[in-house]
Design a protein around this ligand. Structure first.
Ligand code: NAG
Ligand code: NAG
Ligand code: NAG
Length: 182
């Protein structure tokens, strides 16, 4: 028992050193990240809204912060969708909302489940896996946008989902830099 505990401790120590090494190596300026975003001001607003600011913050912390924001914004979006379904003009429109709801929340393959996967990939320093997770997040957001038929559905929801898309793109850029740093 004693032996098991001490080897566990050793593994934890190694993990600690491994992650603190990668952390200190990887600082990329927000301006450089956001130059690659389709909406640079959205990108820099997002990253600079990190409590304490984003200056000198390493990529791992920026990735974590972006995941947190995407999680918050996804649940805000889901709440809006739920209330829109309740008040939809007819069942066709309700169905558009419902399909977007599934893209955001469905078990196993949705924005929410891919965000959970990305969180795990980040924790275990599996950046190639995180690149796939971030591509999945974007894929499900785009599917939601497609299913909304924007002419017939809420402009406010369109704005929320567009913000999600921008945030997901920022996450993809950060993930790309993390992969370059391996
Ligand atoms: C870009 O993002 C800013 C800040 O979030 C927003 O005010 C603006 O409308 C966006 N521009 C476009 C073209 O989407
Ligand atoms: C449902 O409502 C939308 C939005 O008001 C409208 O464009 C559409 O024609 C309606 N469809 C039916 C089948 O009533
Ligand atoms: C549309 C939406 O929910 N936007 C929010 C996303 O998250 C950021 C940071 O928490 C908020 O400031 C936005 O209002």
């Amino acid at each position: 028992m004693m032996r098991e505990n001490s080897s566990l401790l050793l593994v934890l120590l190694i993990l600690c050193f491994a992650s603190s090494n990668s952390i200190s190596a990887e600082v990329v300026d927000v301006d450089i990240i956001c130059k690659e975003a389709s909406n640079q001001s959205y990108c820099s607003n997002l990253l600079n809204s990190k409590p304490g600011g984003a200056k000198g913050v390493d990529l791992v912390d920026l990735a974590q912060y972006t995941i947190d924001v995407l999680n918050d914004n996804t649940s805000d979006t889901l709440n809006l969708i739920r209330s829109l379904i309740q008040s939809a003009e007819n069942s066709t429109v309700a169905n558009y909302y419902y399909h977007c709801d599934i893209d955001l929340l469905n078990h196993g393959d949705s924005v929410t489940s891919s965000l959970t996967d990305a969180q795990i990939s980040l924790y275990f320093i599996k950046y190639p896996a995180m690149a796939k997770d971030s591509a999945d997040i974007m894929k499900y957001i785009l599917e939601c946008i497609d299913s909304l038929h924007e002419d017939e559905t809420s402009p406010l929801l369109a704005k929320y989902v567009e913000n999600l898309q921008q945030g997901a793109q920022v996450f993809q850029i950060i993930t790309k830099y993390l992969n370059l740093g391996i």
